[in-house]
Design a protein around this ligand. Structure first.
Ligand code: PMP
Length: 404
């Protein structure tokens, strides 16, 4: 099914008017970061041209405006994520949010933390640094092995870190079921929602912490979110102290502010938070149902195009009906240099895709001995663009494939 979403939204994205050597820009690297619509760019400009003041610092009118706007976005994010208004911490990105939890929980070297085998490095390395990580295995098609997971839970992990949607395979893990199992086993539960938040797929039960990034959901770079449900933020030891984190200070003692404020030391990315507010408002206007329907249509088209080409191998479940986002990673038989393919797509076709290990190297290495090419679509991409990238690949493999 074709949705008319791209037709409705494309004019909102100024960069899509850009020509690449005379060609239309086809941007298919959305899992890395998304393009920004005019209302987000305008909101950044509005902060810097009309407000520009610091938050929570002074009583002058501009500072009061900045503080009120900043706190309004916090409530907006909380509503979007399904947590209370005081359960949202602004960070730099998902990576910093996950590090905040991994370093703040007071883990000891012997503690066990379960981490997703198909997770992003940002949801593995912070845990590996502070505890003993055990990987939750995936089966031959890249799906979580729930039997193995259940056995791992019997080892009483202190934390279970989950990945909602893989940035390599695009496949959604059954995180709700997994979180409930982890809670029953007594673990603190954490969900990396970097790839699912852009589709409005949040609102979990039995999840203590959720992390995501503004820049993957039409917002600016430099702003991330850590949500801590049901008071979970109070489990965290603040990594940084200083301005903004204390109620009062004398030369002997100080009184920390309550979360989220004690976890936001120093001046935050205020303009970026304004931009995130505009991004969420934009996504809300489109609606999660329309986003999801469009995402499913693109995902099915990607899988069908890939399956129709014997020279391509899909990482993860190849079935067009899998619960997947419109992110697909491909290995190309006879072609090891995927960087070269990505370069030709860019320079000769105006199509932007990513190649590499996608910061999930254990998973990619398990499925292929080369890098992979990732095509990740979002609301402004249509099925014709997906078809175009596959048609371009047909031409490119002719020229770069090594003779068998
Ligand atoms: N987790 C996942 C699943 C991701 O896709 C990404 C970004 N590729 C990250 C974490 C890290 O996000 P950021 O770079 O914004 O910290």
């Amino acid at each position: 099914s074709v949705t008319d979403l791209p037709r409705r939204v494309r004019a909102d994205f100024p960069i899509l008017g850009r020509r690449m050597d005379g060609r239309d820009l086809v941007y298919l690297d959305n899992a890395a970061t998304t393009l920004k619509p005019r209302p987000v760019v305008d909101e950044l400009t509005r902060y810097y041209t009309e407000v520009s003041a610091n938050i929570h610092r002074g009583k002058h009118r501009l500072s009061e405006t900045a503080s009120a706007d900043f706190e309004a976005v916090r409530r907006q994010v909380a509503h979007f994520a399904g947590v209370r208004g005081d359960e949202v911490v602004f960070t730099l990105n998902t990576t910093e949010a996950l590090n905040l939890v991994a370093s703040g929980l007071g883990l000891e070297a012997g503690d066990v933390v379960l981490v997703p085998f198909d997770g992003h490095h940002s949801n593995a390395l912070p845990w590996r640094r502070h505890a003993r990580a055990r990987h939750i295995p995936v089966d031959g098609s890249g799906r979580v092995d729930l039997d193995a997971y259940e056995k791992l839970l019997r080892g009483r992990p202190r934390v279970v870190a989950l990945s909602h949607c893989s940035n390599v395979t695009g496949v959604y893990a059954p995180v709700q079921k997994m979180a409930t199992m982890a809670k029953e086993a007594g673990a603190v539960t954490v969900v990396d929602a970097a790839q699912s938040a852009p589709h409005g797929r949040l609102h979990f039960d039995d999840v203590d912490f959720v992390a995501f990034s503004a820049h993957k959901m039409l917002g600016p770079t430099g702003v991330g979110v850590l949500c801590g449900a049901d008071g979970a933020l109070s489990l965290l030891d603040p990594p940084n102290l200083g301005g903004g984190t204390v109620d009062w200070v004398d030369t002997e003692r100080y009184q920390l502010r309550r979360p989220p404020h004690c976890l936001e030391a120093g001046t935050p990315n205020i303009g970026g938070v304004y931009g995130l507010g505009a991004a969420i408002a934009y996504l809300d206007r489109i609606g999660a149902a329309a986003l999801a329907a469009h995402d499913r249509a693109l995902a099915r088209r990607q899988a069908a195009e890939a399956l129709a080409r014997p020279y391509l191998r899909v990482l993860g479940p190849a079935s067009p009906s899998a619960d997947r986002s419109a992110t697909i990673s491909l290995a190309i038989r006879g072609v090891r240099n995927l960087r070269e393919v990505a370069r030709i797509l860019s320079d000769s076709y105006g199509i932007m895709c990513r190649s590499g290990h996608m910061c999930a190297q254990p998973l990619v290495d398990r499925f292929t001995d080369s890098e992979v090419l990732r095509i990740s679509a979002y609301l402004y991409n249509d099925e014709a663009q997906v078809a175009r990238v596959f048609a371009a690949l047909d031409e490119i493999v002719e020229t770069v494939a090594a003779p068998a």
